[in-house]
Design a protein around this ligand. Structure first.
Ligand code: GLU
Length: 479
């Protein structure tokens, strides 16, 4: 069987991290099986549509590098198709017109609630005769158009008796009692299909072999199977992905930090690190390997190995994975990726690369870079009190900085971290200073920070002149 899978998001807002996870699972499956991955935008729910979301979905797939082979297909451009198929079901007796008003349906719901029963349509319109239907749509029925004075109607699926079961590739056999399933509306009174009809018709028309989607759709699957049976079509295979949970095992939400798929880009995660991390969510490769290239992921991926228990979104692990990828970049690549985050840093490329080399080993995400490197690009602002090491006094600090500055002015200043450290430490020993009382204020003078790269690392990037200038500013803060 040739594998064809689809990513079928609804454009109802900024795509969530769960959305890209679903897309990735489909993409990996398609690539692992040499199949087709297509994009279908499910935009038939006019009330929930948010302009610009389709573009965001496409932008997301592009940033994460999940290329699709077909599409995007927009359901809103295929309305005739769904209407045609709804009519076919009515003709077969597997669906029916329903003229019930919203008021009547609301009353049914209220009554069910009062009796603590699940709300279900009572099939009031199931037994209408052909003549009555003709009359109520306004006479002379051309199936989809209302005649003069016609009433609004929807088309409902007639759920048969019995049970509906299917094998979920992640969860095994799942069975539902049909008696609990409502006669689902397939076509709304405005002629738009509901999710269920459009989804099944398109999966059939697009020859989808495997439906891989979020757990929240599991309860819709029996309706879909019944629809396939009603049409006389063979259903695809189904796999429902587990929920993504926060570290506290509750459903991942804003409370746990950014959850928008593109927010991770803005926070400075690399797409390849995100893919690596997301692929391992809820999926066990069976080895200790944590870092996988895309090719390795495709090779190792198996749908069946996905856990049915919730997948924990562990941000510390994400930071760790991202750090690993950041460290693997050449300095030129690292600088290229960092650029958007250093928009305020006006400097030559060579200088930017030098500064970035001092933090590449430590950085977890690119958005940390401005805070970690700002002092390279402009003189830092800080309180003079920070210059005084915990075991020193203001006078000692001033003395050490003054002598250090004089030493640098009069001696050579090697532009190599190790060499600069050596000459500086030799000077400290000769003068019988404490290391901390000298190097602490030197580091603060250069960075203005409590924690930063070593003073030698910074000094080498800044150069002799700027280093001495900053030592002088520090000295002036100490009187
Ligand atoms: N449009 C649904 C969604 O937004 C698709 C569910 C499915 O894949 O069947 O997730």
């Amino acid at each position: 069987m040739s594998v064809r899978v689809r990513f079928a998001p609804s454009p109802t807002g900024d795509p969530h991290i769960g959305s890209i996870w679903t897309a990735l699972m489909n993409w990996l499956f398609a690539r692992a099986k040499g199949g087709v991955f297509l994009l279908r935008i499910e935009d038939t729910d006019q009330a929930r549509l948010i302009p610009g979301s389709s573009e965001k979905i496409i932008e997301m797939l592009k940033w994460y590098g999940l290329n699709y082979d077909e599409g995007p297909f927009y359901q809103s451009k295929r309305l005739n198709l769904y209407q045609k198929y709804a009519d076919i079901l009515v003709e077969k007796g597997n669906a029916y017109y329903c003229f019930c008003s919203t008021e009547r349906l609301a009353e049914l719901r209220k009554a069910a609630e009062a009796n603590k029963q699940p709300s279900k349509y009572d099939r009031h319109c199931l037994s209408l005769s052909a003549e009555e239907i003709q009359k109520r749509v306004g006479g002379g029925l051309a199936r989809r158009s209302l005649g003069e004075g016609g009433e609004k109607f929807v088309v409902r699926l007639k759920i048969p008796e019995g049970k509906t079961s299917f094998i979920d590739l992640i969860r095994g056999k799942i069975e539902f009692e049909n008696a609990l399933i409502d006669d689902q509306v397939l076509l709304k009174s405005d002629g738009f299909p509901t999710y269920h009809l459009a989804n099944v018709v398109d999966d059939y028309e697009m020859k989808i072999s495997h439906v891989i989607r979020a757990e929240e759709w599991l309860s819709s699957t029996p309706k879909h199977i019944i629809l396939y049976q009603a049409f006389g079509w063979k259903p695809p295979e189904f796999a429902h992905l587990p929920l993504i949970l926060g570290a506290d095992r509750s459903k991942l939400s804003k409370r746990h930090g950014a959850t928008g798929a593109l927010a991770f880009r803005n926070e400075g995660y690399l797409p390849e690190a995100m893919l690596n991390f997301l692929a391992l969510l809820g999926w066990n490769s069976g080895t200790d390997q944590e870092i996988f290239s895309r090719e390795e992921l495709v090779k190792a991926f198996s749908l069946e190995a996905i856990n049915k228990a919730g997948a924990i979104f562990n941000r510390e692990k994400l930071d760790w994975v991202n750090g690993m990828y950041l460290r693997k970049l050449s300095i030129a690549e690292f600088a290229e990726r960092a650029k958007p985050f250093l928009a305020d840093a006006k400097a030559e490329n060579v200088f930017i690369e030098k500064t970035l080399a001092t933090v590449q080993e430590r950085v977890k995400k690119l958005s940390e870079l401005p805070a970690l490197t700002h002092f390279y690009f402009k003189q830092p602002e800080y309180d003079g009190a920070l210059l005084v090491w915990k075991k020193a006094t203001l006078e000692i600090t001033k003395d050490r900085l003054t002598k250090l500055s004089a030493f640098y002015s009069s001696s050579e200043f090697p532009l190599d971290e190790k060499a600069l450290e050596e000459v500086t430490k030799a000077f400290i020993t000769k003068e019988q200073f404490e290391t901390g009382e000298t190097l602490w204020p030197m580091r603060v003078a250069l960075s203005g920070e409590k924690a930063s790269p070593s003073p030698f690392q910074i000094a080498v990037v800044l150069g002799k002149e700027e280093t001495i200038a900053r030592l002088q500013i520090a000295i002036s803060k100490l009187s």
